[in-house]
Design a protein around this ligand. Sequence first.
Ligand SMILES: [Zn+2]
Length: 499
Amino acid sequence: MWSVTVYFLIGVVSVLANDVKTIVDERNRLLKRELDMMIGSDIVLSDSEQKVNEMIMKLKINEMDFGFEHPQYFNYSKHFFEYKDEVKKSKLFKLIKQMPKGAVLHAHDTAILGPDYLLNLTYWDDLYVCFEEEDVHLLFAAETPDSACKTKWQLMRDARYSSGNVEKFDRELRQYFTIVIDNPQEVYSDINIIWTKFQKIFMTAGTMLTYMPVWEQYFYDSLKALRDDNVMYFEVRSVLPELYDLDGNVYNSVETAVAYKRALDKFMNDYPDFIGAKLIYAPLRRVDAKVIKDSIRVAREIKRKLPDFLAGFDLVGQEDLGEPIKDFLPELIEASNEIDYFFHAGETNWYGTSSDENLADAIALGTRRIGHAFAIIKHPVLMEEVKKRNIALEVNVVSNVVLKLVEDVRNHPLAFFLAQNMPVVISSDDPGLWEAEPLSHDFYVTFMGVASRHADLRMLKKLALNSLYYSTVSNKDKVIHEFDIRWTKFIDTIVKDQW
Ligand SMILES: [Zn+2]
């Protein structure tokens, strides 16, 4: 009797063991298939890269596992303002900052540098200021401006030093240049509120930045900040506003583009290791077809004048409140053989609306890349098409958190894009406005908060390479070769310094 029971139990155990093995094999096979599909999985790491990979994965997994055990401390499920400064102290952040990251392909010209930089500009000579209840107006002028203001215009210098407390004066002035506050969830309670504040900063700083000497200096210093963040190439979006000077001259959009080229040439002369920059002319979308027609004319003129500098055309502004691309089809189709498009599309949570369907318009118009494409995950056919047509998605994770499309970055659609090896580039949109580094924060948050726990150095390298591959940089092969040299140097430094 006993022996029958023993034989029976052995039988059960061996059947169970076989079953378990079959299931384990299958789950491993399934997961491996997914890992083999993930962005960067085609990259083979050298011995040195493997050493660096071990280092960064140790740091990443320690932090992730701690967060898993103690979710109250997991940064990336919180608002960006809560952890943006703290993470800068981490070893992994410093490593990502040092890492060559390729290009920034989606960022707006007057939002690269932060409030401290803007505050410094208010120390320039000939700046006038007028304070209203909730607003401040800034203007460079040879004499007191007579433009509308409810109180009085005075020289910034006089206002500052007659305030009795320069530190307090500067602290309060700085608030006009940033959307960072202590309680964003309370104050920025819906998307329109945050966009209103966001656009107000552009307007407040705008009259100061469009002073020609400041305009060129700001762009020069933006390029410097990008280079310091180990970015080698930049495609800048600009509305190309009119510029002015102290002599009463006003410069049109084409001349504004020429001013950018001048600043770029000066920068390239001073920093020849930078690869360069191109311009995406991106006027506001909340206009009528007549204005768009004129913008296309401007784009054509810039292209004639600066053929190597103009990358293409886009439309900007809050998509939900702006005009959809489809309203401008005749104007955009007419120029599509001459001008490349880089449309913002799908920067929305409103599924099935015209801003959501801008994605289809952009693809149909032959866009080279899509700005944000946040909503594309809800469109299986469009997902398939961008993959087939190799249209890169310019993803800006931090921007999407700050501008209220998603709260917890683990729920950002980028996680799916990375898992599916979609054509993705990581960018930063308006880093200065939320006091982020020009690109490092977006790479870091992507790596730590969005991507799989398994995503490693191969993904980081692939994202950097993608940014060059999907750019319009001239001599692309040469630039990618140059990237490889810098990458190898970076890896060797990390290995040598035993991070
Ligand atoms: Zn943008």
